[in-house]
Design a binder for this molecule. Structure first.
Ligand SMILES: Cc1cc2nc3c(=O)[nH]c(=O)nc-3n(C[C@H](O)[C@H](O)[C@H](O)COP(=O)(O)OP(=O)(O)OC[C@H]3O[C@@H](n4cnc5c(N)ncnc54)[C@H](O)[C@@H]3O)c2cc1C
Length: 488
């Protein structure tokens, strides 16, 4: 045995093994192709993977994980890559396993109101499949046109309707997961409508696991009947204070609305200056809210909703039940993030949850902080859930801008914690917010989490560098050339 250090072209070695292990999958190593996998929806945390495998079926995955085990490289699962917390990026290099081709609806059961899907299915496509059955899947992140159900489950995505319907976790009946050693396990399933097979809810362990506990390859989802009647309300206010008071009153209704969305004045101006304009006054702050249910019951509530929205100095309240016009209102809401790209080359979307009674205080705080640091702050978010998603506009090419973004994010999170809030409403922790984990959890609590992660994710090989900052892959892969001891 020689102890001479030998530099080997590890990338060639393991990409060949990957090609042999799953000949039908696409193995990408061209740096230009890898660029597309450098970042997620945040854009500015960039890490190039060493290789990407686009799998064609779930059967490809276990052989890939075996190669990863033998060659000792880290890997990260990717759905659509729309995460806003740095989740599907290869922070420590290695492999990205891209699941977008696992996009089949495997079963729709109208009678028992559930469906079984592959993880790469895009959320809005599921609802298109479900429509003829009179069913729908309620969680609706604004990224539903692109994000996958696997990504939604791994991030426990929220959305506009989640205020009343509940988030992804409330709809996952079961999951099939390929573990790190390639074995397949299943938790829950169609029969889990009424509870779990034993007292632990193992399915829920996988929900929100951000690709650190295995590869989710099949998902059982609970469905709901499409509501008979829907009314959407748009209320305009003169300032932040009056709009947040109306939110509180909506939340306190005995039968609350389905959605309560807040759109600040800067976002209103952006929408109204675009092709998506819906006729909102350009100096307004807006609440967009919705009720649904059986026609006579919902119609009977329209006046009550209008009165509540009008009580806090609203300058205009409108109610709409025409499907096309309602869709236009929601499109205007959902396109807001994309339109922000017209204002600045870079965008940071923060995510936190606060007790709703602090909404006005925390929003004013972050507007003031943005002004102090000369960073424009725009807000549009699911206010009913106490979510907070300030958008910070910046230009990464300007020296100091990214430091200001970090300062602003840190001040926001500190304020959120001060008022009793927490780190993530729906976007997860990823690598963007892992640095704040010790502000929320004690050392003992972090150790508890590490114990579970270490048991199911040996050497932190799956999605290293995420959620808990100490998580780093203990293997022999290095970002570019790997040095290995001879004869190993
Ligand atoms: C314009 C826009 C609007 C958005 N609006 C919302 C919103 O309203 N609500 C909300 O919650 N989020 C929102 N997001 C964030 C994002 O869309 C969600 O986090 C979404 O769930 C990510 O899905 P994805 O398919 O893109 O997953 P990816 O970004 O590819 O991955 C996300 C995480 O899940 C893991 N993962 C993915 N698939 C699997 C799998 N099969 N098994 C195990 N782990 C897996 C990845 O490793 C990663 O850690 C928005 C993003 C954008 C860009």
């Amino acid at each position: 045995m020689s102890d001479q250090t030998e530099v080997i072209d590890w990338q060639t070695e393991w990409t060949e093994l990957l090609r042999k292990a799953c000949p039908d999958a696409h193995v990408l190593t061209d740096p230009i192709e890898l660029t597309a996998y450098e970042n997620d929806g945040l854009g500015f945390h960039r890490y190039q993977p060493d290789c990407v495998v686009i799998v064609n079926s779930a059967d490809d995955i276990a052989p890939i994980l075996k190669v990863a085990q033998v060659c000792e490289f880290p890997y990260t699962i990717r759905g659509a890559g729309t995460s806003l917390s740095g989740g599907p990026v290869a922070v420590e290099g290695g492999l990205i396993i891209h699941l977008s081709r696992l996009n089949k609806v495997l079963e729709i059961n109208k009678e028992d109101m559930y469906c079984v899907v592959e993880p790469g299915l895009v959320l809005n496509r599921l609802n298109a499949y479900l429509k003829p059955y009179g069913l729908f899947y309620p969680p609706d992140p604004s990224s539903g046109f692109a994000s996958t159900l696997g990504g939604n489950v791994a991030e426990n995505a929220g959305g506009i309707r989640c205020f009343r319907y509940g988030v992804t976790a409330n709809y996952v009946l079961g999951v099939e997961v390929i573990q790190q050693d390639g074995t397949l396990v299943r938790f829950g399933g169609a029969a889990a409508q009424g509870g779990t097979a034993n007292s632990f809810n193992w399915t829920s362990l996988m929900v929100g696991s951000e690709g650190t506990l295995g590869v989710i390859t099949k998902i059982w989802l609970k469905l709901k009947p499409i509501p008979e009647k829907v009314w959407t309300f748009l209320a305009e206010y003169k300032d932040l204070e009056s709009s947040t008071k109306a939110i509180t009153e909506l939340v306190h209704m005995p039968t609350p609305p389905v959605a309560i969305e807040f759109i600040d004045n800067a976002v209103v101006q952006l929408v109204e200056n675009s092709k998506m304009a819906v006729g909102i006054s350009k100096d307004a702050w807006v609440i967009l809210t919705e009720i649904d249910g059986p026609q006579p019951l919902v119609d009977a509530r329209v006046d009550e909703l209008k009165q509540i929205l009008g009580r806090h100095g609203a300058t205009k309240v409108s109610a709409e039940d025409d499907a096309e016009k309602r869709l236009k209102l929601w499109k205007a809401r959902k396109v807001a993030g994309g339109l922000m790209g017209q204002l600045s080359p870079d965008l940071m979307i923060q995510d936190a949850v606060i007790p709703r009674s602090y909404l006005q205080e925390v929003l004013q705080f972050i507007y003031d902080q943005g002004e102090e640091l000369d960073i424009p702050v725009l807000n549009v978010f699911h206010a009913g859930d106490g979510n907070l998603h300030p958008n910070f506009l910046f230009d990464n090419r300007i020296p100091g801008d990214i430091d200001n973004i970090k300062t602003l994010s840190k001040r926001l999170i500190e304020k959120v914690i001060e008022v009793g809030g927490t780190l993530s409403g729906e976007h997860g922790i990823g690598n963007d917010k892992s640095c704040y984990l010790d502000k929320i959890f004690s050392e003992e609590e972090i150790n508890f989490q590490m114990t579970i992660l270490k048991a199911l994710n040996l050497n932190d090989q799956m999605n290293p560098g995420k959620i808990i900052p100490q998580r780093s892959y203990v293997g022999c892969c290095a970002p570019h050339k790997m040095q290995r001891k001879g004869n190993q």
